[in-house]
Ligand binder design. Structure first.
Ligand SMILES: NC(=[NH2+])NCCC[C@H](N)C(=O)O
Ligand SMILES: [Mn+2]
Ligand SMILES: [Mn+2]
Length: 367
């Protein structure tokens, strides 16, 4: 029963979206067939080598072609190239120049992709790149809201972080309410805060630092951890998360999907795995339902590290990531209807002794 209600809610909103025929909705409709694909081979936001190979691994797994087969025009913006910065001693964060300059490149690229009318897809790389994707997205269009699917909140300030890794702080640089708590960091001065606490919805969290829990409580950020998913179920949690940031279903949505939100059983090759994660079915449900809203304008898929674990672990993680990405763009487990599909007719249809029983033969209906 509950599932049915949720589906109806979405189809009602979808209908309104298209019925209103506003500019925004037309753009939603238009951009859904065009994907701006960007690889971000970036690892300086954390300390483990290998995550920079995420984009190549997903390309090798055929993700661009798969999205093409689904009917999208994939505009491939290639993989960003980052200058190696030889002298980058830690400030209050690790690798400040590399991260600051790298995130700037990401922001400019995403701004171009969204401004071109495409739906953005960024493959990481570590999660610090989302400073750039969220920033660039907000430069290109107004009123963006954010769904953050992750084991972690990634909202430490440089002063609350226990690790100094920027992938655990990325949101703090773009959230308006936190700016007075952020110190000056070399090459971070270009970042304009662009999103409010009320525009963020977390799903899947289960490893929070004390400062992060404090920030979530004080700023009232929508947050459904794996505890709430156990308690209420994923359908309720997703519905409430969307309502929290997009009650009228009229805002463009940015989805930042950290592969470590999923259970390490299905995505072991990631730098900071946390047990007890989302099942593949919960992860797919989130992606499929968000795709059905027609409002996703940018998707990040981050933290796939193809050098961690056995070959089996690596292949499994890449397969999982590829399925999640396709689901975000509308691939459904129930199968997708192809309006042009024609059931093949054999040259010599089989003979049946009592032909009157053959329904289609009788009515000549082509299916
Ligand atoms: N994007 C991630 N995987 N983040 C992990 C962050 C872990 C920890 N909270 C930190 O601040 O370092
Ligand atoms: Mn994470
Ligand atoms: Mn993350």
């Amino acid at each position: 029963m509950a599932t049915k209600k949720c589906v109806n809610l979405f189809s009602k909103h979808l209908k309104n979206t298209f019925d209103k025929q506003t500019k925004r909705c037309l753009q939603t409709k238009y951009s859904s067939k065009d994907i701006g694909f960007l690889g971000v081979p970036f690892a300086a936001g954390q300390s483990r080598g290998g995550v920079e190979h995420g984009p190549a691994a997903l390309r090798d797994a055929g993700i661009v072609q798969k999205l093409g087969y689904m009917g999208f025009n994939v505009h491939d913006y290639g993989d960003l190239k980052f200058d190696h910065i030889f002298h980058d001693p830690p400030d209050i964060v690790k690798n400040p120049r590399s991260v600051g300059q790298g995130a700037y490149q990401v922001s400019e690229a995403v701004k171009d992709i969204i401004s071109a009318g495409h739906c953005g897809l960024t493959i990481g790389g570590d999660h610090s790149l989302s400073i750039g994707t969220v920033h660039g997205h907000c430069q290109a269009e107004e009123n963006v809201c954010l769904i953050w699917v992750d084991a972690h909140a990634d909202i430490n300030t440089p002063l609350t972080s226990a690790t100094g890794n920027v992938h655990g702080m990325c949101l703090s640089f773009v959230v308006h309410e936190l700016q007075e708590y952020i110190p000056d960091i070399v090459d971070f001065d270009w970042i304009q805060p662009c999103i409010s606490a009320k525009d963020i919805a977390y799903i899947g969290l289960r490893d929070l630092d004390p400062g992060e829990r404090h920030i979530i409580e004080k700023l009232g950020i929508s947050c459904y951890t794996t505890h709430e998913i156990d308690h209420f179920g994923i359908e309720y949690v997703l519905k409430k998360s969307i309502e929290a940031v997009n009650p009228n279903m009229d805002r463009p949505m940015h989805l930042s999907y950290d592969i470590d939100s999923l259970d390490p059983a299905i995505s072991p090759s990631t730098g900071t795995p946390v047990p007890g994660g989302l099942t593949i079915r919960e992860g797919m449900y989130i992606a499929e339902e968000l795709a059905q809203t027609g409002l996703l304008h940018h998707i990040d898929l981050v933290e796939v590290n193809p050098l961690i674990g056995t070959k089996r672990d690596q292949n499994l993680t890449i397969f999982t990531a590829s399925e999640i990405i396709q689901a975000c763009f509308g691939k459904r487990r129930r199968g997708n209807v192809d309006p042009n599909y024609k059931l093949p007719i054999p040259e010599k249809p089989r003979k049946i002794l009592s032909p009157s029983r053959t329904m289609n033969e009788k009515k000549k209906v082509h299916i």
